[in-house]
Ligand binder design. Structure first.
Ligand SMILES: [Zn+2]
Length: 304
């Protein structure tokens, strides 16, 4: 039997952020993204900031009905706070995230369990706060990123889905929160070396993404990771309703590459939402079963 290659595609929906402020584009982009995915039989995960979900409630309710996942995206500045969540202590983070959660629940009629923090700006308080608000999975890590100016520092963080650590954002832990970071190539550095090339549609072209996907699959097979997965992302600030749009074509390219590389590596492609990816991880690695021992590698000290 072939082992599965899980494939998630997420989109951060934030067209009403001050720097974008184009809700019509946001609506077209989200609807077009869903249509593109559906044409390939793929479900999407839509992480939506409160202003976008309030403006386009009908669209996101409909997407949920159609089998997509709708979770929360948070940019504190759209709620009247500072731009980056990572500057805040636990009580302030709780207040900001509780507000976003309540506004989401008002519109969608359910408490969300998946979340993505804007700029991946988090600190060591964040996972505990997410847990206390009922969140159980999400994309809140960018392995290898060192961007203190966005309070987004994730050097050394795990490359694959894992249980979060209560006190340290870059360690695997025993929380019942499955972190599902976007796929990155940790060796291909961008932005002057501050950021790894990630599988964000708009970052590069489909050819560059091909190598990120290939390298990630090879590494997961070599490392015998408990589950294999590819996790792509984008934003609803590109017009995915237009097949001539370069980002649309890059998205199509990523999907084609993942389909082909799954086949070439004898893996069964399983397109899933983030919540289903987290469930697959929980099934493969029951909570509490994995004890990661931290130990200094002293082999270099050995003498003959
Ligand atoms: Zn965002």
């Amino acid at each position: 039997m072939k082992s599965p290659l899980y494939f998630t595609l997420q989109i951060d929906c934030e067209s009403m952020q001050a720097s974008v402020n184009d809700p019509d584009l946001g609506r077209r982009a989200s609807a077009g993204f869903a249509q593109c995915l559906e044409s390939h039989g793929l479900p999407g995960t839509f992480y939506v900031i409160p202003p976008d979900i309030e403006a386009h409630a009908d669209l996101y309710r409909d997407l949920k009905q159609r089998g997509h996942e709708v979770g929360v995206h948070v940019h504190p500045a759209t709620q009247g706070y500072e731009e980056f969540l990572g500057i805040y202590g636990p009580d302030e983070q709780y207040r900001i995230l509780a507000e976003a959660t309540d506004r989401f629940a008002q519109v969608m009629g359910y408490r969300p369990t998946s979340i993505c923090i804007g700029y991946v700006s988090t600190n060591d308080h964040t996972y505990g706060v997410l847990e206390s608000l009922g969140y159980r999975q999400g994309s809140n890590s960018m392995p290898g990123r060192i961007l203190p100016q966005c309070v987004s520092i994730h050097a050394g963080a795990p490359l694959d889905p894992h249980y979060a650590h209560r006190h340290n954002r870059v360690l695997e832990g025993d929380m019942d929160f499955v972190e599902t970071p976007v796929t990155v190539d940790p060796d291909s550095r961008m932005w002057g070396g501050a950021h790894p090339q990630d599988l964000r549609v708009e970052l590069v072209d489909a050819k560059n993404h091909y190598y990120t996907i290939l390298k990630s699959i090879r590494r997961q097979l070599a490392d015998h990771t408990p589950i294999k997965s590819i996790r792509a992302t984008t934003h609803n600030t590109f017009d995915y309703s237009d097949p001539n749009n370069f980002r649309f074509q890059t998205l199509e390219g990523i999907i084609a590459h993942v389909q082909r590389l799954a086949q070439e590596h004898q893996l069964e492609l399983k397109p899933v939402t983030v919540v289903d990816l987290a469930t697959a991880y929980r099934n493969a690695v029951p909570p509490g079963s994995k004890q990661k021992n931290l130990e200094l590698d002293r082999k270099g000290y050995e003498r003959k």
